[in-house]
Design a protein around this ligand. Structure first.
Ligand code: ACM
Ligand code: ZN
Length: 527
């Protein structure tokens, strides 16, 4: 059966064919009507009086996203515990549909991990809501269930704010609140939770370009025009900063009805905090000895705003560098630079998401992170493989857009690599050949035309073209950055030996070394 992700449970094929008519009767045991919206849109089928019935049966004993699908000549029976379970059952049925016909079969299926996500960065470059919808559809087709929507950074703030309109006015390109609500509903109908990210206290030039009063220096800053790490960050010394954040979050949080909210926490330089009288006074008043603990204080204050709204906070793994980091945040792990801080968190039973940059950052070209590499990712911290018993909730691939400006490229960078991760998270890796056969079958369906997919010859580059593509990307990584930002970026990331070794091993081959060293010398760059 040509299914992606391949089911984790039993698959039984029977003799017989089910012809899906234009009109179907629905017998629904209490699921919300929106759980069949995507099925109707994808198939063009209408609901009405018909001899063909789709039964939606509730089984509360099933896990949240698990389902049973039974296809008979004159009916389809869906058994699930939740609306998401219904959506996934009917998504499987849509994959099986060829020329209006379905094979008679029974499938039992459930995911390995509850968190199967894609991070989409719409801050570095803005993408229209239609593109975001296409990404959501490309995710839902393979049962990916979390859109982590990165909506503010040094290059822009992307949400219409009625309370603080300068935020979106300064940035220019943004989503209106109506568009956000429309997207959230579109995603819900496809089983996808939207987790917004407002990155803070670092990566906040987008906010501070509009409201510089909430930085330490209060100097006017301009939006960043390149990637990198910028020194102007929110000031946790001033009480006004938290008043501003509370009013802002009180407005933004209700746009996103899901249970979680991402508050960033990555790459926050502390050079301004070190000399800011407000920050110094705060440290003294709170008995904080390290600047990193000032970030812990900041995280706790913002987390308390989220708690007021009943939201669970998610943070990047640098958050754990603070001795006073809150214990009840979910952690998104991306860089091994700070992996040691993960160890006590895991020992305490903390919940986390795996997004290792060497394996799941899909802004790197296929030559550096091939389809095969993604498909064989084994979540690990150091050498130790990790699984659910270590608090791992799942995986998320990330597409950062410093270097991606158009929707077609964005989608082709995501697909099919995100589909490979989807199978990993759902039922696990099978053979490359088996996966690619099912992928080819999926691409021959109308279904796959929902998104732009990278052409097959680019999935696993080899030989000279692989090396050329990787080196070209590497040389261009920091292009256009001012010397100050480049220095700040290298200083803040402060790559250690383990990072440098992994960078080399995961992105290049030994035979590339002389070429890589040459490129490094030319760009005066260190990894
Ligand atoms: C990150 O890549 N700075 C999360
Ligand atoms: Zn300050």
């Amino acid at each position: 059966m040509h299914l992606i992700p391949y089911p984790s449970g039993t698959v039984q094929l029977f003799n017989g064919i089910c012809k899906l008519p234009d009109r179907i009767t629905i017998k629904n045991e209490g699921f919300q009507d929106w759980s069949i919206t995507a099925f109707l849109t994808r198939t063009g089928v209408q609901v009405g009086q018909s001899g063909f019935t789709v039964f939606l049966r509730r089984d509360d004993a099933l896990p949240a996203e698990a389902y049973r699908l039974s296809i008979q000549p004159e009916s389809i029976t869906v058994t699930a515990q939740s609306e998401r379970g219904v959506i996934w059952t009917l998504t499987t049925a849509v994959h099986l549909l060829r020329n209006g016909r379905l094979p008679c079969c029974e499938i039992e299926d459930r995911p390995r991990y509850p968190h199967r996500g894609v991070l989409l960065d719409c801050a570095r470059h803005f993408f229209p809501v239609e593109t975001v919808k296409r990404v959501v559809e490309g995710m839902s087709l393979v049962k990916l269930n979390v859109l982590h929507w990165h909506l503010s950074d040094d290059q822009g703030w992307r949400i219409e704010s009625k309370r603080f309109p300068k935020l979106h006015e300064v940035s220019g390109a943004f989503y209106t609140q109506n568009e956000i609500q429309e997207l959230v509903e579109y995603a819900r109908n496809r089983g996808v939770e939207v987790v917004p990210e407002l990155d803070m206290p670092g990566h906040t030039t987008g906010i501070l370009a509009a409201y510089p009063a909430y930085s330490c220096t209060e100097k006017q800053v301009s939006l960043a025009s390149t990637g990198g790490i910028y020194p102007t960050v929110l000031c946790p010394g001033k009480e006004e900063t938290f008043h501003f954040l509370e009013e802002l979050l009180d407005e933004i949080i209700p746009l996103f009805p899901g249970p979680r909210f991402h508050i960033g926490g990555d790459e926050a330089p502390k050079i301004n905090w070190a000399v800011c009288p407000h920050c110094r006074a705060r440290m003294q008043a709170e008995g904080l000895t390290e600047l990193s603990d000032l970030q812990g204080y900041f995280t706790r204050r913002v987390q308390s705003i989220l708690k007021k709204h009943g939201k669970q906070a998610i943070c990047w793994n640098e958050t754990l560098l603070a001795a006073n980091a809150p214990e009840d945040v979910q952690i998104q792990y991306w860089t091994l630079q700070h992996r040691r801080a993960m160890e006590p968190f895991l020992r305490r039973g903390g919940q986390w998401i795996y997004s290792d940059m060497f394996e799941l950052y899909l802004d790197y070209p296929y030559s550096m992170t091939s389809l095969k590499k993604v498909y064989h990712t084994i979540p690990h911290l150091g050498k130790a493989p990790c699984s659910q018993k270590d608090g791992l909730m799942g995986m998320e691939c990330c597409i950062w857009t410093e270097h991606i400006t158009d929707s077609k490229t964005l989608e082709q960078m995501l697909f099919p690599r995100a589909w490979a991760m989807a199978e990993l998270c759902w039922s696990g890796t099978r053979s490359d050949r088996d996966f690619e056969e099912r992928l080819s079958a999926m691409l021959s369906e109308r279904l796959a035309s929902a998104v732009h997919v990278a052409p097959k010859e680019s999935w696993n580059p080899k030989g000279k073209s692989r090396r050329q593509e990787s080196l070209a990307y590497y040389k261009n990584m920091n292009a256009g950055m001012s010397e100050d930002v480049r220095k700040q970026t290298v200083q803040s990331t402060n790559p250690n030996r383990e990072f440098a070794r992994s960078f080399m091993r995961k992105f290049f081959q030994v035979s590339d070394l002389p070429f890589l060293l040459g490129a490094m010398k030319k760009s005066k760059e260190r990894i």
